[in-house]
Design a protein around this ligand. Structure first.
Ligand SMILES: [Zn+2]
Length: 549
């Protein structure tokens, strides 16, 4: 015994200092996200990887002459935040277009659009916009007559913020050849004047493509610029990784950005589900990327949205008794695509909002899994917004990931009850119930539908205070979750959903050095103040990608 102690003293005396780190952060609270060892004071990163997480004293031993040292002064460090659902390039394009979200009345909507149109050259299309008629008194849908006189020279096709309907001006409808004789396409609605039968300008879901097909595609240069804008914006919000529900041109934009050296975010780029054979062949030739940029996921749609009254429910909408929503993709095709994609080892994520859409998707995933046999497939349902009681348990049972956007709850919560009544709202954005049933939550923004801002998402999930401040105790408060639970959905949840949990999602030795420094400890402060907290640093692979000035 005495001999052993003597040996230990001798060894401790000759312990060699560890190789210096590139970056250390000390003097704060590190929320690691690991179940065993949740809190530490400091962290060290060398060559992209976390080499130590623990006490200040231990981490300071990694400080060498060239080590960058961030003194936290009590601030909180969390793992890099993953946004599980974005439309990123679209978001970058929207950042340079008109922002109609603040318009609180039709008059304001028209004024903002007119002002923007005057700043543009003639013939340039006006897109995005993200208006919200639910913010207007009486919530009337916009009409082309409102905007024709202020946009005489520019075709307009501006979207509602949920992206499921747009309003076009008369010029855009003419260019698209939409007349009163044009029939509704499958999965879409041309809204018509009740008296005259003329198109009002509003096009829902698949009807939007009538206009989109005549809009010139953004050029490669425009897409690259949009990516740079979107990336700078996301980094300033603490986002280190996105799952992007994009297109093939978007994937090529990311690949060019990576080759040119300006892709700093981690991107998991999804492409449309109906192109699964192309993706299979692409991967056979090109592989599926790496921890910076990967692909191999596919995104499809079952239905529309609640805000556009096109989500697919069992029962009709309370405020539109003639309709219970839309199926936007032919269900036999959708089932065949999921089957084929899954057999080709691709990951499938499908948008489902209404309760019937979610049940249909869970049934389809069940059938495909039984058909193709067991594998680690990580099927996802995007939004999983309105669930029947039995559906809640099925996510864990079938190992299907609910990929949800908490900001939608405090946004739609303003008016959802009017649309679906008091019964159905109880299982709407059912974060608590899903976690209690052992589902793995994945959180994101759905930017541009909602702001890309994980802190705002955490605030939403924890408080469920609607943005009109009419529900100070929370809207459907039984479904609130804790800050830790919301953080997990933005960190380890996002990593798991992208098959990257070995590299990302917690602050642990050996993992990538993706860290976010917050101005205040969101685990300690009043939850109502979480949305005032700032991101001070966003760190990816041990490199500072954003620093607040
Ligand atoms: Zn989306």
């Amino acid at each position: 015994m005495i001999k052993l102690v003597g040996l230990c003293v001798l060894l401790a005396g000759c312990v060699i200092a560890p190789q210096p780190a590139d970056l250390i952060l000390t003097g704060g609270t590190v929320w690691t996200g690991s179940p065993e060892d949740e809190a530490a004071e400091a962290v060290a990163v060398r060559r992209n990887r976390i080499v130590h997480v623990g006490t200040d004293a231990k981490v300071l031993r990694y400080k060498g002459p060239a080590t960058r040292h961030i003194e936290l002064a009590g601030r909180l460090v969390v793992p890099g935040l993953a946004d599980g659902h974005t439309h990123f390039i679209e978001g970058g394009l929207a950042l340079s277009s008109v922002d109609l979200r603040p318009a609180a009345s039709p008059a304001e909507f028209v004024r903002l659009l007119g002002e923007y149109a005057r700043s543009l050259p003639a013939d340039r299309w006006i897109m995005q916009g993200n208006w919200d008629h639910e913010a207007w008194p009486g919530a009337p849908l916009p009409r082309r007559e409102w905007i024709d006189s202020v946009t005489p020279d520019n075709p307009v096709a501006v979207s509602r913020l949920d992206g499921h309907m747009l309003v076009a001006n008369t010029l855009a409808l003419q260019l698209a050849g939409v007349t009163r004789e044009t029939p509704d396409p499958a999965g879409g609605t041309i809204v018509r004047d009740a008296r005259t039968g003329e198109a009002t300008g509003v096009l829902k879901d698949e009807a939007r493509s009538l206009v989109w097909r005549v809009v010139p595609d953004p050029t490669d240069v425009e897409r690259a610029a949009a990516l740079r804008r979107a990336q700078a914006h996301a980094l300033s919000r603490g986002v280190t990784m996105i799952s992007d529900m994009g297109s093939w041109p978007d994937l090529f934009t990311y690949r060019r950005a990576l080759a040119a050296g300006y892709l700093r975010l981690r991107v998991y780029a999804f492409v449309p589900l109906h192109t699964w054979e192309r993706l299979r062949d692409y991967i056979a030739r090109e592989g599926s990327g790496d921890a910076r940029l990967k692909w191999g996921g596919l995104k499809g749609f079952v239905d529309g949205s609640l805000g556009s009254t096109t989500a697919w429910f069992y029962e009709p909408f309370s405020d539109e008794p003639g309709s219970s929503g839309l199926i936007v993709t032919d269900t036999s095709k959708l089932r065949a695509w999921v089957l084929g994609a899954d057999r080709a080892n691709l990951q499938v994520a499908v948008h489902a909002i209404g309760d019937q859409a979610n049940d249909w998707m869970l049934d389809t995933y069940d059938w495909v899994a039984a058909h193709n046999g067991p594998r680690d497939r990580r099927f996802r349902i995007e939004h999983a917004q309105h669930l029947t009681q039995p559906a809640i348990a099925r996510f864990a049972q079938q190992d299907v990931l609910p990929s949800m956007q908490p900001y939608h709850a405090i946004d739609d919560g303003r008016w959802a009850e009017k649309r679906i009544g008091p019964e159905r709202i109880r299982t709407t954005y059912a974060f608590r119930s899903l976690l209690d049933a052992d589902a793995r939550l994945v959180f994101g923004s759905d930017w541009t539908v909602a702001p890309i801002d994980p802190l705002l998402g955490i605030y939403a999930a924890v408080t469920r205070r609607t943005i009109d401040e009419r529900n100070p105790g929370g809207w459907v408060p039984a479904e609130k979750i804790s800050v830790e639970e919301a953080l997990r959905a933005y960190t380890s949840g996002g990593a798991y959903a992208a098959f990257m949990e070995a590299e990302l999602g917690t602050i642990a030795r050996g993992k990538r050095g993706d860290l976010v420094v917050l101005s205040q400890n969101i685990l300690k402060i009043d939850s109502g103040r979480i949305n005032d907290v700032q991101v001070d640093y966003t760190i990816i692979n041990g490199e500072v990608a954003f620093k607040r000035q």
